[in-house]
Each structure stands twice: as C-alpha cells, then as structure tokens.
Design a protein around this ligand. Sequence first.
Ligand code: PSU
Ligand code: MN
Length: 303
Amino acid sequence: MLVFSAEVSRALAEGRPVVALESTLITHGFAWPRNLQVATEIEQTVRAQGATPATIAVLAGQITVGLSRDQLEYLATARDARKCSVRDLGIAAGLGLDGSTTVAATMFIAAKAGLRVFATGGIGGVHRGHPFDVSADLTELARTPVTVVCAGAKALLDLPLTFERLETLGVPVIGYQTDDIPAFYSRSSGLRADARADSPADVARIVHARRDLELPGGELVCAPVPQADELPRDAAEAAIAEAQRLAEAQGIHGAAATPFLLDQIAKLTRGASVRANVALLLNNARVAAEIARALRDAGLRDG
Ligand code: PSU
Ligand code: MN
C-alpha cells in the first residue's frame, strides 16, 4: 500500500530518527522553481541534524514515503497535482492520480508508516468569516498520534477560533522556547500556549507521557519564526486583510483561496512574507529533527 524510498526504509529498519514532511507546500505553497529549492533545503536541514527526511506524496496513485530528487522535481512541476487531504487519499490512490498531501493526510500516512514526528509551516484551521470552514488538519490532530512541528496556524485563519477548537479536540499546544502561540509570519499571536518546552527533551517527555496514557491524537509544537525574518504583526495583519478583501471582491474561495491569498500577501509585503515562510519552514525542520532524535534516545533508554 505504501511505497518507501530506500533511504527511509533503511533509516526505519535501523531505528534512526525520521522526520515526515508534507508536499502541499510544493504544489500549492510556492511557485516553481522556488518550490523545489525550498523542499530541497528543508530535506537538507533535516539531514544536517542527523535525521532522515521523508517527504510524503501520491505519485500516479502510489502513496510514497520519501521522494527522490526526480520525484520531487516531478511534483514541483506537475500542473494537475491534487491537493489531498484525508478525504482525497482514497480518490487519488484509487484513480491513479498525482497529489500532494496536506497536514492531515501527511499525519495519517506518517502514522501508518511508523513515523512519529512531522514538520510543516502552518496548520489549517478555522477560516476568518467562515467558521464552518474548518480544516481536516484539526480532526486528524485529534485522532492520530504524530507530533507536528509548525509556526502556528496559517496566518489567514481565525487564530482564536482555531485554538479553541484544538482545546475542544484535546490537542495540546506546546510553545517551543516561547510562552505564546506564534502567528506564522510573526512570533506571537497574543494567545498563550498550553505549555512551554525549552528543549527537545521537554517535548519528548510530554509525548511519552501522552503515549503511556494512550491518549488519542497528536501534539502541536509551535516554534516561532526566527527573529531576523519575522514580519511585524501589524504589517502582516494589514497585508492579510487587504489580500482577503481582494479575494472577496474576485469571488475566490475554497481550495483556491490559500494560493491566491499567499500570492497577494507576497506582493503586498514585497516578498517579505515569502522570506519569513522559508525561514520558519527551515527552523521547523531543524526543531523536528531534534525532537525525532530526542524521542529515539528516550526510546533507547526505555528499551
Ligand atoms: N500553510 C500555508 N500554506 C498552505 C498550507 C499550510 O502557509 O498551503 C496547507 C497545508 O498543507 C495545510 C493545508 O494542511 O494548507 C490546509 O488546507 P485546508 O484548509 O484546505 O484543509
Ligand atoms: Mn480550509
């Protein structure tokens, strides 16, 4: 059912730390050729921290864990790759389609593949002005035991409602070296995280306690964008509001909304949003690799 790259199979067989990576940022988050460059840099960052990257995607219906350079490039240039959330996985696999995986779909596959840590940019959540449009990322976090490292939820979302929903779903939100939940482009949303973890070992302790209790679902580890690349909160909010106004005016919604909005925000901030996005992705990849190592080390001590 799942196809593993040789590199990922070997790492799993040898009990080495592996970090799952999503692929929607390749097909819908960045434009060619930036998308391939960013995906490659994320993988290199994971490797530099002594872990193995496992980018997950659907290639001609095959759910693939760990992509080769050629496969990454294929996906980065594919014109009709479907953005697959959980509901789409069976459709893409059954009909032999190409697809990228969202946070929800990547978590589902990661858990099936035996991967415990996953790095992304921002999770989906509750949309501003459309509180019934709720990403399946939230329900997957509630049921699948994978630790997701992000910079908060996508800045375009309603952050207070998104984190209220996560509370209802029993998903702990851990600030990584911060007391606050980050706001993607900016270091703080003004919302408090449920706990602060200052080291990968702190995160590993929380994850182990949760697995011991057999609590369902995963953990959200939120690492703020590095200071040097942060967009000030006011500037980010102004660009988001203006982009949202343009989307409403042009009647753009649904799956097309995020790519449109990200593009507008990039124009309005003259590329600063893209720089912040890349910086936070690389930072999350590094933190996820460190957590994967800490979980492996703790596992070795237990066993
Ligand atoms: N964050 C971004 N851009 C994105 C996404 C997140 O800055 O494109 C993707 C992630 O893959 C996330 C998905 O899982 O959007 C959520 O989409 P939806 O709201 O359709 O569930
Ligand atoms: Mn959505």
